[in-house]
Design a binder for this molecule. Sequence first.
Ligand SMILES: [Zn+2]
Length: 222
Amino acid sequence: MNTSALWQAFQQTIMPHCAFCGLSRIAGYPLCTQCHEALPWLQPEQNLPLSGCPASLSAFVYQAPISNLLLGIKFGKNLRELATLGELTATGILPQLEKVPDAILPVPLHNARLHKRGFNQALELARPLAKQLGIPLLTRTITRNKATLPQTELNAKQRQHNLQQAFQLNIPTPYRHIAIFDDVITTGATARELAALLLANGVEHVEIWSCARTIFTPQTHD
Ligand SMILES: [Zn+2]
Protein backbone atom coordinates (compact mmCIF):
# COMPACT_ATOMS: atom_id res chain seq x y z
CA MET A 1 0.00 0.00 0.00
CA ASN A 2 1.57 3.34 -1.00
CA THR A 3 1.49 6.46 1.16
CA SER A 4 -1.49 8.00 -0.59
CA ALA A 5 -3.59 4.82 -0.24
CA LEU A 6 -2.61 4.63 3.43
CA TRP A 7 -3.57 8.26 3.90
CA GLN A 8 -6.94 7.61 2.22
CA ALA A 9 -7.61 4.59 4.45
CA PHE A 10 -6.65 6.65 7.50
CA GLN A 11 -8.92 9.51 6.44
CA GLN A 12 -11.85 7.14 5.93
CA THR A 13 -11.37 5.73 9.40
CA ILE A 14 -11.24 9.03 11.24
CA MET A 15 -13.51 10.99 8.87
CA PRO A 16 -16.09 8.61 7.44
CA HIS A 17 -18.04 9.83 4.44
CA CYS A 18 -21.45 11.47 4.17
CA ALA A 19 -24.09 8.84 3.35
CA PHE A 20 -25.50 11.05 0.58
CA CYS A 21 -22.61 12.75 -1.22
CA GLY A 22 -19.39 11.10 -0.05
CA LEU A 23 -17.77 14.23 1.42
CA SER A 24 -16.50 14.26 5.01
CA ARG A 25 -19.39 13.99 7.40
CA ILE A 26 -20.19 15.66 10.72
CA ALA A 27 -18.58 13.60 13.51
CA GLY A 28 -21.02 11.07 14.91
CA TYR A 29 -23.65 11.93 12.29
CA PRO A 30 -24.37 10.24 8.93
CA LEU A 31 -24.28 13.41 6.77
CA CYS A 32 -22.08 16.35 5.88
CA THR A 33 -23.18 19.89 6.79
CA GLN A 34 -24.38 20.74 3.27
CA CYS A 35 -26.54 17.62 2.90
CA HIS A 36 -27.95 18.09 6.42
CA GLU A 37 -28.96 21.67 5.65
CA ALA A 38 -30.44 20.82 2.24
CA LEU A 39 -32.97 18.35 3.67
CA PRO A 40 -36.65 19.38 3.90
CA TRP A 41 -36.80 19.49 7.74
CA LEU A 42 -40.39 20.15 8.84
CA GLN A 43 -40.76 23.67 10.25
CA PRO A 44 -43.09 24.21 13.25
CA GLU A 45 -45.41 26.44 11.17
CA GLN A 46 -45.78 23.63 8.60
CA ASN A 47 -46.92 21.15 11.25
CA LEU A 48 -50.63 21.92 11.00
CA PRO A 49 -53.03 19.63 12.92
CA LEU A 50 -54.44 16.68 10.97
CA SER A 51 -58.22 16.44 11.04
CA GLY A 52 -59.43 14.18 13.87
CA CYS A 53 -55.90 13.08 14.75
CA PRO A 54 -53.88 13.31 17.95
CA ALA A 55 -50.93 15.74 17.88
CA SER A 56 -48.23 14.75 15.43
CA LEU A 57 -44.46 15.17 15.21
CA SER A 58 -42.51 14.58 12.01
CA ALA A 59 -38.90 15.08 11.05
CA PHE A 60 -39.45 15.99 7.37
CA VAL A 61 -41.83 17.32 4.80
CA TYR A 62 -42.63 14.46 2.40
CA GLN A 63 -40.71 15.72 -0.62
CA ALA A 64 -37.46 14.94 -2.46
CA PRO A 65 -34.98 13.61 -1.53
CA ILE A 66 -36.78 12.09 1.51
CA SER A 67 -39.75 10.85 -0.56
CA ASN A 68 -37.41 9.15 -3.06
CA LEU A 69 -35.40 7.57 -0.25
CA LEU A 70 -38.53 6.21 1.42
CA LEU A 71 -39.87 4.77 -1.84
CA GLY A 72 -36.47 3.30 -2.70
CA ILE A 73 -36.24 1.65 0.71
CA LYS A 74 -39.75 0.22 0.49
CA PHE A 75 -39.12 -1.51 -2.81
CA GLY A 76 -35.38 -2.02 -2.76
CA LYS A 77 -34.70 -3.23 0.79
CA ASN A 78 -31.71 -0.94 1.28
CA LEU A 79 -31.21 -1.47 5.00
CA ARG A 80 -28.22 0.86 5.20
CA GLU A 81 -30.27 3.77 3.88
CA LEU A 82 -33.05 2.75 6.24
CA ALA A 83 -30.67 3.01 9.20
CA THR A 84 -29.43 6.42 8.01
CA LEU A 85 -32.98 7.70 7.60
CA GLY A 86 -33.87 6.36 11.06
CA GLU A 87 -31.00 8.38 12.56
CA LEU A 88 -32.10 11.51 10.69
CA THR A 89 -35.69 10.98 11.84
CA ALA A 90 -34.49 10.89 15.46
CA THR A 91 -32.48 14.07 14.86
CA GLY A 92 -35.64 15.83 13.63
CA ILE A 93 -38.07 14.54 16.26
CA LEU A 94 -36.08 14.55 19.51
CA PRO A 95 -35.73 18.37 19.83
CA GLN A 96 -39.51 18.74 19.38
CA LEU A 97 -40.39 16.42 22.27
CA GLU A 98 -42.11 17.92 25.28
CA LYS A 99 -42.69 14.69 27.17
CA VAL A 100 -41.13 11.29 26.53
CA PRO A 101 -43.81 8.64 25.88
CA ASP A 102 -43.77 5.26 27.64
CA ALA A 103 -43.39 3.34 24.37
CA ILE A 104 -43.40 3.59 20.57
CA LEU A 105 -45.80 1.54 18.48
CA PRO A 106 -44.63 1.26 14.85
CA VAL A 107 -47.61 0.84 12.49
CA PRO A 108 -47.76 -2.92 11.90
CA LEU A 109 -47.68 -4.46 8.43
CA HIS A 110 -49.97 -7.35 7.52
CA ASN A 111 -48.05 -10.65 7.80
CA ALA A 112 -48.32 -11.37 4.08
CA ARG A 113 -46.75 -8.03 3.19
CA LEU A 114 -44.12 -8.40 5.92
CA HIS A 115 -43.04 -11.76 4.51
CA LYS A 116 -42.96 -10.41 0.98
CA ARG A 117 -40.92 -7.34 1.91
CA GLY A 118 -38.84 -8.92 4.67
CA PHE A 119 -39.00 -5.95 7.02
CA ASN A 120 -41.37 -3.32 8.38
CA GLN A 121 -39.92 0.07 7.44
CA ALA A 122 -41.89 1.83 10.21
CA LEU A 123 -40.28 -0.43 12.82
CA GLU A 124 -36.78 -0.03 11.36
CA LEU A 125 -37.09 3.76 11.15
CA ALA A 126 -38.26 3.98 14.77
CA ARG A 127 -35.35 1.96 16.22
CA PRO A 128 -32.91 4.87 16.73
CA LEU A 129 -35.66 6.91 18.47
CA ALA A 130 -36.50 4.07 20.86
CA LYS A 131 -32.83 3.46 21.55
CA GLN A 132 -32.00 7.10 22.23
CA LEU A 133 -35.05 7.58 24.46
CA GLY A 134 -34.58 4.22 26.22
CA ILE A 135 -38.21 3.17 25.65
CA PRO A 136 -39.62 -0.06 24.19
CA LEU A 137 -40.87 -0.65 20.65
CA LEU A 138 -44.23 -2.43 20.73
CA THR A 139 -44.16 -4.97 17.92
CA ARG A 140 -46.68 -7.55 19.17
CA THR A 141 -49.31 -5.44 20.90
CA ILE A 142 -51.32 -4.82 17.74
CA THR A 143 -51.49 -6.82 14.52
CA ARG A 144 -52.90 -5.91 11.16
CA ASN A 145 -55.39 -8.65 10.46
CA LYS A 146 -56.72 -7.38 7.17
CA ALA A 147 -54.56 -7.21 4.06
CA THR A 148 -55.60 -3.67 3.23
CA LEU A 149 -54.99 -2.08 -0.15
CA PRO A 150 -52.04 0.32 -0.29
CA GLN A 151 -53.36 3.61 1.09
CA THR A 152 -51.59 5.56 -1.64
CA GLU A 153 -53.97 4.12 -4.26
CA LEU A 154 -57.10 5.38 -2.51
CA ASN A 155 -58.84 8.69 -1.87
CA ALA A 156 -59.45 9.96 1.68
CA LYS A 157 -62.90 8.34 2.07
CA GLN A 158 -61.72 5.01 0.66
CA ARG A 159 -58.70 5.13 2.97
CA GLN A 160 -60.83 5.30 6.09
CA HIS A 161 -63.15 2.51 4.86
CA ASN A 162 -60.16 0.39 3.84
CA LEU A 163 -58.87 0.52 7.41
CA GLN A 164 -62.03 -0.35 9.30
CA GLN A 165 -61.26 -3.19 11.68
CA ALA A 166 -57.86 -3.58 10.05
CA PHE A 167 -56.08 -3.69 13.41
CA GLN A 168 -56.48 -5.92 16.42
CA LEU A 169 -55.16 -5.53 19.97
CA ASN A 170 -53.53 -8.81 21.01
CA ILE A 171 -52.13 -8.10 24.44
CA PRO A 172 -53.36 -5.48 26.92
CA THR A 173 -50.76 -2.75 27.18
CA PRO A 174 -49.50 -1.45 30.54
CA TYR A 175 -48.39 1.81 28.90
CA ARG A 176 -50.42 4.99 29.33
CA HIS A 177 -48.66 7.25 26.85
CA ILE A 178 -47.85 5.80 23.43
CA ALA A 179 -46.37 7.33 20.28
CA ILE A 180 -47.60 5.64 17.10
CA PHE A 181 -44.87 5.71 14.47
CA ASP A 182 -45.35 5.56 10.69
CA ASP A 183 -42.94 6.20 7.83
CA VAL A 184 -45.22 8.74 6.15
CA ILE A 185 -48.36 10.51 7.31
CA THR A 186 -50.68 11.76 4.59
CA THR A 187 -54.32 12.06 5.72
CA GLY A 188 -53.58 10.45 9.10
CA ALA A 189 -56.24 7.75 8.51
CA THR A 190 -54.01 4.86 9.60
CA ALA A 191 -52.82 6.62 12.74
CA ARG A 192 -56.38 7.69 13.59
CA GLU A 193 -57.60 4.07 13.43
CA LEU A 194 -54.73 2.85 15.64
CA ALA A 195 -55.13 5.73 18.09
CA ALA A 196 -58.85 4.94 18.50
CA LEU A 197 -58.02 1.29 19.25
CA LEU A 198 -55.41 2.23 21.87
CA LEU A 199 -57.62 4.84 23.53
CA ALA A 200 -60.51 2.35 23.71
CA ASN A 201 -58.21 -0.05 25.56
CA GLY A 202 -56.93 2.00 28.46
CA VAL A 203 -54.20 4.11 26.87
CA GLU A 204 -54.63 7.69 28.08
CA HIS A 205 -52.44 9.67 25.73
CA VAL A 206 -51.56 8.92 22.11
CA GLU A 207 -49.47 10.94 19.71
CA ILE A 208 -48.30 10.30 16.17
CA TRP A 209 -44.72 10.43 14.99
CA SER A 210 -43.41 9.94 11.48
CA CYS A 211 -40.31 10.28 9.39
CA ALA A 212 -42.18 12.56 6.97
CA ARG A 213 -45.61 14.09 6.46
CA THR A 214 -47.36 15.69 3.54
CA ILE A 215 -48.19 19.34 3.94
CA PHE A 216 -50.93 21.25 2.24
CA THR A 217 -50.30 24.78 1.08
CA PRO A 218 -53.30 26.89 2.09
CA GLN A 219 -55.29 28.22 -0.87
CA THR A 220 -54.92 31.95 -1.23
CA HIS A 221 -57.75 34.06 -2.64
CA ASP A 222 -57.35 37.55 -3.95
ZN1 LIG B 1 -23.13 15.23 1.97
